[in-house]
Design a protein around this ligand. Structure first.
Ligand code: ADP
Ligand code: MG
Length: 703
């Protein structure tokens, strides 16, 4: 069966359909972009009006007031009251009677009413002291023909006001669909092979396209939806799975088979804690990647505080043991600096040279670093975006790690990889994107997950407090400080340039000063407007316990690690997004003490704010949080930008369809294993489909 040749009929212009005509066709094309029969069939309804069943009048219930009944027209009359005219009618079935009323547009209705005839009536019932009535029902004279056609669920399509004003309604679209699918020429070709559809009980493409518009039951509707969602993901997965496999086959990575002295010595002598099982598993996964010839391209997801840094460090030691340099890029100077301090401190007794390169590195030091880097006198280079500048050249970079990778754009990441030939790549993130999203967006990456926190951690307790309870909150803070703990107080600063927010922060700082007077208490202040060296100084004062309170903006959000800090107060918490709240909260709970996160709000909260705050109070699980975030904001916003290449799905919901996404990915991988180039006769329709639906010749180049 040739996939393409069948499409001739489906490519016909919608003007050929009865009831459409040039004017309606025009507005359907301009408003909905539906030009051909095929377009119409792929314009899916958003819901159905259930007319699959005729109920008895007495079966009406308040919970589902929409009802379809069938009965005899006993009476009808046009009544005049002070509110104007209205048409009322009475219908009787074997179980009771119901009143119908029309306040307008009744002239057309009245013309067609015949006493003692049977009508099918659909509408929303209201119950007024036991008297049931429907205003403006749909009403249709019953004919025996109706039984032959069968009852159905009626599709409801998303339509604009403009369309409605030109008499393009769901009925018309539905009618167009019926004309197309009942035409003897109609064939909707299958392109997913039976080897896939059969075991997972997917209905055929043709069945799905019929049922998505006209299911007879809810069951048929859900079968059709499942099939189409699967299709949407499967097409995408075929590509990402193929790419992944191709990369593994062809892209020779730098072989790093050795586990040498530095790694072993560090592991045995300098690691002050036992790795969690999850950390061990991830290191093993990475080791295997490095040891084999193919280039690693791996996403490491781990909740805040799960210990990703140490994993990164161990990997960089592996690179060192195999004679290669590595780099670690972080999104902020504070974080890069912190990594530098932590890592160089951990490695101080090993012959491993670690350097830091950021935007504030002096020109002289920078020159020195660049020279040493070229001569392979530096093993590990830590830094910010400064690392990707053109003149930063390595002798041999074997491993590139990006921390908090979602903070970087695609282009920035790519620039780092280009510093070497096929370096191994590890991108780390603490913003657990929901698995579904990771699978679609990062389809070509392997994913490792640290799903376990170090044992000594106590779950952070999160509380929501209104401004009116500030005194109570500050008293609590005092008891914590008196126990030797440290406190963060964070203000929203959406735009680093926003004056208003900065005022908020400064007022907050003054207020905190009045609660906690010097010299007994010392307070740090940190915001993006400050000079780098001042920032570092403040950060270090806090880190070293000289100050007990850190008042700051979200500059401290990412990755900052001060294990003695046990309280995180977030001011105007309703103004933060969920992942940001979670990141901020992750700044505490890093030691063995009980930690707290207090979400302060002053304003009346709207629904999303409430939901965000409640979610934070309920769970510490980053994956659950990201799922809620996805539901609240949708995938485009969760990822931040459209550049992530998120496809537009018609039906697939990345927030909810985890199971289908998983299934489609596995199916694609399975099929490619059977027939990598889709050469089998049974797989030809799929190949043709993929070629036809691509914009960049990916499949035609490959096949
Ligand atoms: P994140 O994954 O958020 O980047 P970090 O790497 O900053 O987390 O680790 C958080 C803290 O946990 C650090 O102080 C680190 O030394 C510590 N840590 C990491 N792994 C373990 C472990 N297995 N046991 C105890 N503490 C650990
Ligand atoms: Mg980190």
């Amino acid at each position: 069966m040739q996939y393409q040749s069948l499409n001739h009929f489906l490519n016909s212009n919608i003007e050929y359909l009865k009831g459409v005509g040039p004017q309606k066709a025009e507005v359907i094309k301009s408003e909905l972009g539906l030009f051909t029969f095929k377009d119409v069939l792929q314009y899916y309804p958003t819901r159905y009006v259930d007319k699959s069943k005729v109920s008895l009048i007495k079966e009406f219930s308040e919970e589902s007031p929409n009802i379809q009944i069938r009965g005899i027209l006993l009476d009808f009359q046009l009544q005049t009251s002070k509110n104007g005219k209205r048409l009322s009618a009475v219908i009787k079935d074997s179980s009771g009677i119901i009143n119908l009323v029309w306040f307008k547009n009744y002239q057309y209705v009245i013309k067609n009413l015949k006493l003692q005839h049977v009508y099918t009536v659909y509408g929303k019932v209201t119950n007024f002291n036991g008297t049931l009535s429907i205003s403006h029902p749909e009403i249709k004279l019953y004919t025996p023909e109706d039984d032959k056609l069968g009852l159905k669920m009626e599709p409801v399509y998303p339509l604009t006001e403009k369309l409605k004003s030109r008499y393009v309604d769901s009925k018309l679209i539905g009618n167009m669909v019926v004309q197309i699918v009942t035409n003897p020429q109609f064939v909707w070709p299958e392109f997913i092979p039976d080897t896939i559809t059969y075991p997972i009980k997917l209905i055929s493409a043709q069945q799905a396209i019929k049922w998505i518009h006209y299911p007879r039951t809810e069951h048929e509707a859900s079968d059709a939806i499942r099939r189409i969602k699967f299709e949407e993901m499967f097409v995408l997965a075929m590509r990402s799975e193929k790419n992944k496999a191709l990369r593994k086959q062809t892209q020779q990575g730098i072989k790093m088979p050795k586990v040498g002295d530095n790694f072993n010595q560090f592991y045995k002598e300098h690691l002050t804690f036992e790795l969690t099982n999850a950390q061990k598993r991830v290191i093993k996964e990475i080791k295997e990647d490095l040891a084999h010839g193919s280039q690693m391209n791996r996403l490491l997801q781990g909740d805040v505080g799960s210990g990703k840094t140490i994993v990164a460090l161990l990997c960089m030691l592996l690179a060192k043991d195999n004679g290669h340099q590595s780099c670690l890029m972080a999104p902020t100077e504070i974080l890069a600096f912190q990594h530098y301090i932590t890592i160089s401190d951990l490695l101080k007794e090993l012959p491993v040279n670690v350097r830091l390169l950021t935007g504030s590195t002096t020109a002289k030091e920078r020159r020195e670093i660049l020279a040493l880097l070229k001569e392979h006198q530096i093993d590990i280079l830590i830094g910010t975006h400064a690392l990707i500048e053109d003149d930063v050249a390595f002798h041999s970079m074997g491993l590139a790690i990006i921390d908090e990778q979602h903070r970087f754009g695609v282009a920035q990441r790519a620039k780092l990889w280009k510093k070497s030939i096929n370096p191994h790549i590890l991108v780390m993130t603490a913003t657990p994107i929901p698995r579904t999203l990771a699978m679609t967006v990062h389809g070509e990456l392997d994913v490792s997950i640290i799903d376990e926190l170090p044992k000594d951690r106590k779950p952070i307790r999160t509380l929501h407090k209104d401004e009116s309870l500030r005194y109570e909150v500050m008293s609590f803070v005092k008891t914590q400080i008196d126990k030797g703990r440290q406190i963060y107080i964070v203000y929203p600063l959406i735009e680093e340039s926003s004056k208003l927010d900065l005022n908020d922060l400064m007022n907050g700082y003054d207020e905190v000063n009045s609660y906690f007077p010097v010299p007994k208490y010392q307070i740090s202040l940190l915001h993006g407007k400050m000079k780098q060296d001042v920032k570092e100084l403040e950060m270090n004062r806090f880190k070293n316990g000289i100050t007990q309170i850190m008042v700051s903006t979200t500059v401290i959000e990412v990755g900052v690690n001060v294990p003695n800090a046990s309280v995180m107060i977030i001011e105007n918490a309703n103004r933060f997004g969920l992942s940001q709240l979670h990141q901020l909260r992750g700044r505490v709970g890093r030691g063995s003490e009980q930690s707290y996160c207090i979400l302060m709000t002053k304003d009346e909260l709207n629904y999303p704010s409430k939901k965000r705050i409640n979610t934070m109070c309920k769970t510490n699980d980053g994956f659950i949080i990201s799922q809620v975030d996805l539901e609240l904001r949708g995938p485009g916003d969760v990822l931040g930008t459209r550049q992530s290449g998120l496809p537009d799905f018609k039906l697939l919901d990345l927030g909810k369809d985890t199971e289908i996404i998983d299934l489609a990915k596995r199916a694609a991988a399975y099929l490619l294993k059977l027939d990598f180039d889709l050469k089998d006769q049974n797989h030809k329709p799929l190949l043709q489909y993929l070629i036809q639906h691509q914009s960049d010749h990916f499949w035609s180049q490959i096949s």
